[in-house]
Design a protein. Structure first.
Length: 195
């Protein structure tokens, strides 16, 4: 199965040795994870500036911060799936605060099976984020193509006196005759004008 062949990078922000050991054992059992551990929010932020991670696991509290802002910030479109582990007595309040931002939460203590299932949710979320990133890139590419074609059409209209329909057909014909994309044809027209 393709999904299990994919590797996931995980940053763990936790200052509790017993929890860290149990989580490391769980991650090692999954075999498709590369994990790093930071013991504070500030060190986790520094590490996140250096590289991106597919998943972020925050075990609160941490010595320098509650980690909630970090969870919200990373989940807000940075490409990371985020899990926040919080003491049971604070769970409801924290869940209400982070849920609208797409942060997963688990109460502590949680059974090993539940934490393992949370990793499945994080994988699913990361795959959805990958698809959205691809769509975003293709949409940006399409917008760039439209801008290029419109610029080339404008040049053909102003320089050669063509109608918009004729300019559009000219670009399509140039692309078809040369087996290139409309973007490349439009860029060729623009380059010809600029030279």
């Amino acid at each position: 199965m393709q999904l299990k062949e994919r590797r996931y990078s995980v940053l763990i922000a936790s200052s509790q040795p017993k929890f860290n050991q149990a989580l490391k054992e769980l991650i090692d059992s999954r075999r498709n994870y590369d994990s790093e551990l930071e013991m504070s929010v500030s060190s986790a932020k520094r590490r996140l500036l250096e590289r991106s991670f597919d998943m972020l696991i925050i075990n609160v509290p941490l010595p320098d911060d509650d980690g909630i802002s970090l969870a919200i910030d990373r989940s807000a479109g940075m490409g990371s799936a985020v899990l926040l582990l919080i003491k049971s007595e604070y769970y409801s309040d924290v869940f209400d605060r982070v849920c609208p931002h797409g942060v997963y939460t688990l109460p502590k203590p949680s059974p090993r099976q539940m934490v393992s299932q949370a990793f499945d949710w994080l994988e699913s979320t990361k795959e959805r984020l990958r698809r959205l990133e691809k769509k975003s890139v293709s949409l940006e590419d399409k917008m760039q193509e439209i801008r290029l074609v419109n610029r080339a059409k404008w040049l053909l209209i102003t320089e050669k006196g063509m109608t918009e329909e004729d300019a559009h057909r000219c670009i399509e014909k140039l692309a078809m005759n040369n087996c290139i994309t409309k973007s490349a044809a439009a860029q060729a027209i623009i380059d010809e004008k600029d030279s």
